[in-house]
Design a protein around this ligand. Structure first.
Ligand code: PXL
Length: 274
């Protein structure tokens, strides 16, 4: 029987990030994906591809969660962009309403185009209501700085310290992502499990951010956990999967490329043919 993975996240209209990237990742990794939409992001090509952000009505989010969790016995969920305190309230209530084997939180903090004031409320609500429910959280460098309260994170050691501080806020496992933003030749990610830190390093592929990398990494971790992997092996595999997706990235008319979730399986097929 196929395993199921659930995602509660925003729609991103170009197909590069958000729920679209999550569901593509689930499909590539052989799990049956179920998705709930929290908000709709439509980049604006007339305005520097800035974010246009529309939250879904909280009752409609609750209805979607009711349909998804009643139709299926779901025990592994990824939480992506939430976007407003009202959305966070309704998602936190739903998460508390049943037990989960894993809650993987991609703590998407701000979205360009949102009011800074509203974003602060959202950050606080995410930290107070969702973070303590997460078993795994995957902050990027900016999110790691915000959640840890550390102004400067420039070395792998500082990234480990940030992961420790974020673990103190509730989640058992913290995957802190240095990505292209941490200085040095390698893309460094840290997995902290409450006791020890494992540092993953892979040579950076270019020095530009590729859209959808964070979403895809957290979704790949979620899919692997759904299939029964340990957190450490899920994270290690997810990094390989995203690295392939970045290597095989899709160019678009946007100023940034996007991850191709099909690249990992394509590479495997090529290897088999040799
Ligand atoms: O990559 C972060 C992200 C997550 N979710 C949605 C987004 C974005 C970035 O654009 O639009 C819906």
């Amino acid at each position: 029987m196929v395993e199921l993975a659930y995602v509660i996240a925003g729609s991103e209209a170009t197909g590069g990030a958000g729920l679209q990237a999550d569901l593509k990742t689930f499909q590539e990794l052989g799990v049956y994906g179920v998705g709930t939409i929290t908000c709709i992001v439509s980049f604006d090509p007339k305005n520097g591809w800035g974010h246009r952000f529309v939250p879904v009505d909280p009752q409609v989010i609750a209805d979607q969660i009711e349909a998804a969790t009643t139709a299926h016995d779901l025990d592994v969920v990824k939480v992506g962009m939430l976007g407003t305190p009202a959305t966070i309230d309704v998602v936190a209530r739903a998460l508390r309403g049943q037990s989960w084997r894993h809650v993987v939180l991609d703590p998407v903090l701000i979205c360009k185009g949102q009011e800074p004031g509203a974003a602060l409320d959202t950050d606080t609500a995410l930290r107070e209501q969702i973070l303590p429910l997460a078993t795994v959280v995957t902050p990027n460098l900016f999110e790691a700085r915000t959640l840890s309260g550390m102004d400067v994170i420039e070395t792998p050691e500082q990234l480990v310290e940030a992961a420790r501080r974020i673990a103190d806020l509730g989640p058992r496992y913290v995957v802190a992502k240095g990505g292209v933003d941490l200085p040095g030749p390698d893309a460094i990610d840290v997995l902290y499990d409450g006791e020890e830190a494992i540092v993953f390093a892979a040579p950076k592929i270019g020095d530009e951010r590729v859209a959808g990398a964070g979403c895809t990494l957290a979704a790949a971790i979620t899919a692997e956990l759904a299939k029964g992997a340990s957190v450490a092996s899920a994270v290690e595999f997810a990094k390989e999967f995203v690295t392939a997706g970045i290597e095989g990235r899709v160019a678009a008319n946007t100023p940034f490329d996007t991850v191709w979730q099909g690249a990992y399986v394509e590479q495997l097929t090529l290897d088999d043919d040799l």
